[in-house]
Design a protein around this ligand. Structure first.
Ligand SMILES: [Zn+2]
Length: 255
């Protein structure tokens, strides 16, 4: 029975490519018993990273599948291919183990990065995509009950003498394994993941001023002031006239 996989965290970067990829994607390798799956294992392809430039992730997948078919395999050996543009292609059905780690394809699922990590680094977006892929398997796939911890994340060379997946898998300070686990891709080559930064909330709408009310109020204040002012001026004039009259009378009385 084919196993459908949905990884919403990857959005459009997750692609079901089981049908179009060359070879048999559904029946190659050992039949999987879900209870026996204990590892999720990473590889590198030692093929060219071209999708990071031209976006053609299908070509990167086809190249790997054709290499496998040409060496006599029934189909692509991996379950997933992590292309250099960050696309995670579902290429080998999870009902079967394919061929990835000798004699261990019934206890693990394998995902392969496109690139040669003895000579170059994964792209930043490949690291981010691989983190989301591994995280999905250990946190959102209860049908594989023993695949439930970051400790279950392995590299090909953890099982046998091989350069795969590159010189810096899990020994030395800043390792690829550590970057996958912690979703750290800073300083790695473009393209970078389009992490959506939270957009700041729009400023609260300024209360729209009622200009007509303001105009009416100003007009009324103006009229009131004018009246008051007129009254004060006339009061003052009356007072002056009154005082002048009194002074006049006093002057007459003095003379
Ligand atoms: Zn490998």
């Amino acid at each position: 029975m084919p196993v459908s996989v949905a990884i919403p965290s990857l959005g459009s970067k997750f692609q079901d490519y089981r049908d179009p990829i060359p070879g048999d994607s559904y029946n190659w390798g050992p039949t999987i018993n879900a209870n026996n799956i204990i590892y999720f294992t990473f590889h590198h392809s030692v093929t060219k990273q071209t999708a990071k430039v031209d976006g053609n992730w299908k070509k990167e997948c086809d190249t790997i599948a054709n290499l496998h078919i040409n060496q006599g395999w029934g189909g692509v050996g991996y379950r997933f291919i992590i292309c250099s543009d960050g696309t995670v292609a579902y290429v080998g059905d999870l009902s079967h183990g394919g061929s990835a780690v000798l004699n261990k394809n019934d206890i693990m699922f394998s995902a392969c990065f496109v690139g040669d990590f003895t000579k170059e680094l994964p792209t930043a977006i490949q690291v981010h995509s691989s983190h989301l892929l591994a995280k999905h398997f250990i946190t959102n796939m209860p049908q594989y009950p023993k695949l439930d911890s970051w400790d279950d994340i392995k590299g090909h060379k953890n099982f046998m003498a091989t350069a795969c997946p590159g010189s810096n898998w899990d020994t030395g300070g800043d390792t690829l394994r550590d970057r996958i686990v912690n979703d750290r891709w800073d300083g790695y080559p473009d393209p970078k993941p389009a992490i959506s930064t939270p957009t700041p909330p729009p400023p609260p709408p300024t209360p729209s001023e009622d200009y007509k009310a303001k105009y009416t109020a100003l007009l009324s204040e103006f009229e009131t002031y004018k009246k008051t002012s007129d009254k004060e001026i006339s009061d003052k004039a009356k007072k002056i006239i009154e005082l002048q009259g009194k002074i006049e009378k006093a002057t007459i009385a003095l003379s």
